[in-house]
Design a protein around this ligand. Structure first.
Ligand code: GTP
Length: 205
């Protein structure tokens, strides 16, 4: 990859067991573990990507979805550039919890409700035959909650995983362009140049 890479902090949120670690591992290492363990606290991995000719290092923060780890994950929301809200299409409760995850993120990232921010929604495990949440219901929720981009993914068979992560960068770029056009939002614009590059992976529990 040539040229300087911009570091983007990407936070993956959603209920325990929806497949956040699996999505990160599929995207970064192209691997899938059917016996993936619950995350404790947070872990991150870096992945270099090129989007529209620009180099980015996506630093993907995989958080623990289980309620008991809330105090371990929330300190890591600050400074996020992108938030990927994840549910599993065979787990209705995980879909119903999306508003809670969005609120939790905004609160701990210290972003005011209503401020434009690049959220994306992933409906994972689309390889499972017994779905509990239809694509239309998911798209409709996204439309009603700020026209959020929606991707149906499978970390198991790779469906849309690359596309979802790369589209997240595209979404951030679009929103930055919109903010440039509307100076009143400029205080909320994400200054990519201020971010320092850090190590390739880590774990904080
Ligand atoms: N069939 C199928 N199983 C998946 C998929 N993604 C993850 N899984 C399985 O679902 C289980 C939970 O996956 P994880 O990636 O650990 O889930 P998580 O969201 O990181 O869970 P927490 O760390 O507790 O927040 C594991 O057994 C995975 O192998 C998928 O796309 N399809």
């Amino acid at each position: 990859m040539s040229g300087r890479s911009k570091l983007l902090k990407v936070v993956l949120l959603g209920d325990g067991g929806v497949g956040k670690s699996s999505l990160m591992n599929r995207f970064v290492s192209n691997k899938f573990d059917a016996q993936s363990f619950h995350t404790i606290g947070v872990e991150f991995l870096n992945k270099d990507v090129v989007v529209d000719g620009e180099n980015y290092t996506m630093q993907i923060w995989d958080t623990a979805g289980q309620e008991r780890f809330k105090s371990l994950r929330t300190p890591f929301y600050r400074g996020a550039d992108i938030c990927m809200l994840t549910f599993a299409v065979d787990d209705r409760k995980s879909f119903e919890n999306l508003p809670m995850w969005k609120r939790e993120f905004l609160y701990y990232a210290d972003i005011q409700e209503g401020t434009p921010f690049p959220f994306l929604v992933l409906g994972n495990k689309v390889d499972v035959p017994s779905r509990d949440v239809g694509e239309e219901a998911a798209r409709s929720w996204c439309a009603r909650n700020g026209n959020l981009p929606y991707f149906e993914t499978s970390a198991k068979d790779s469906t849309n995983v690359d596309m979802a992560f790369k589209s997240a960068v595209g979404r951030l770029r679009e929103m930055e362009d919109q903010m440039d056009e509307k100076p009143m939002h400029s205080a909320n614009a994400v200054d990519l140049s201020k971010k320092a590059k850090s190590s390739n992976s880590g774990c904080c529990s």
